[in-house]
Design a protein around this ligand. Structure first.
Ligand SMILES: [Fe+2]
Length: 304
């Protein structure tokens, strides 16, 4: 089993050769990919013509999957894909392009803001795995920012200040930023804020990183405007171009990223063209912070 990884950027991202993701992976291949993920945080596999079943099989090699039921605004029966997929296409269940004013489309524009997948869940995501079945011909890049390099570049006083801080994350905050407040009470109820540490330590690499996302609405114990101004400052710092790899999609690219070490966003594209992107998500296994109403002794602040 040989796998080769070529760096795509000075601080993160590598391109993998020698792996066919349509086939069941050997334990050695899984270990080699996991080790590459610990080092690069983003891995690109070219020309992977996966079926949905093969994408599920590949994804499950790295842990249990997240299901998308109960998050976001898609209703049962409206979904185009298996419930283990996050449909980040611009298509409805009949494969028709969503109208410009379509509510799901407007909601999904939140993906253009820097974020880490599922940071709004108490136990946030580990890996995201995105398959480009039909890619945009111009624009539509996915950009990844290395939160480990961003943390390393902070001065010591800032590192000390942020070490104990805990933030509130909710889909409501990121959507409000875009002026999308059109949520029902039932939807809002599924989007109650959760708490996440602002600094986390990666269980594989041992590196510390900033845990930022546009889902952050405040820092626990801080006045909200001061918290938001500070989070905005940290986000500007963390998304400087020297920390960012921009992925220009080719059809059948498969890109895997570690949400515990990166933020990402999609860039603007022609929404009149089909863009069929299908994401599976490997669930995390630990809280990063104690949740409201939870006892301190339950093991929160674990490393993942
Ligand atoms: Fe995302």
């Amino acid at each position: 089993m040989s796998i080769e990884i070529t760096p795509l950027h000075p601080v993160l991202a590598g391109e993998v050769a020698g792996i066919d993701t349509t086939q069941k992976l050997t334990p050695e291949a899984v270990a080699a990919i996991a080790s590459g993920m610990d080092r690069y945080a983003v891995l690109v596999f070219r020309d992977q013509r996966l079926t949905d079943e093969q994408q599920l099989q590949f994804s499950q090699s790295f842990g249990a999957l997240e299901f998308t039921n109960g998050t976001g605004i898609a209703k049962p029966g409206e979904q185009r894909l298996h419930p283990a997929f996050a449909d980040v296409s611009n298509l409805d269940k009949d494969n028709q392009i969503l109208a410009r004013d379509n509510r799901r489309r407007l909601y999904s524009l939140g993906n253009m803001l820097w974020h880490s997948d599922s940071s709004f869940k108490p136990v946030p995501a580990k890996y995201s795995i995105l398959s480009g079945r039909v890619v945009a011909t111009s624009g539509g890049e996915t950009e990844f920012a290395d939160m480990r390099a961003a943390y390393d570049a902070l001065d010591d006083a800032t590192k000390a200040e942020i070490e104990p801080l805990v933030c509130e994350h909710s889909l409501i905050y990121s959507r409000e930023t875009l002026g999308f407040g059109d949520l029902t009470e039932a939807e809002r109820a599924t989007m109650s804020p959760v708490r996440q540490a602002l600094v986390r330590t990666h269980p594989g690499s041992g590196r510390k990183s900033l845990y930022l996302a546009s889902h952050i609405g405040t820092i626990i114990g801080w006045p909200m405007p001061e918290a938001r101004a500070f989070i905005r400052d940290l986000t500007e710092h963390a998304t400087q171009r020297r920390f960012v790899y921009a992925h220009h999609w080719r059809a059948f690219d498969l890109v895997v990223w570690d949400n515990r070490a990166t933020m990402h966003r999609v860039r603007r594209y022609d929404s009149g063209q089909v863009r069929d992107m299908r994401r599976t998500t490997v669930a995390g296994t630990a809280l990063t912070a104690v949740q409201p109403g939870q006892m301190q002794a339950t093991g929160a602040q674990a490393a993942e």
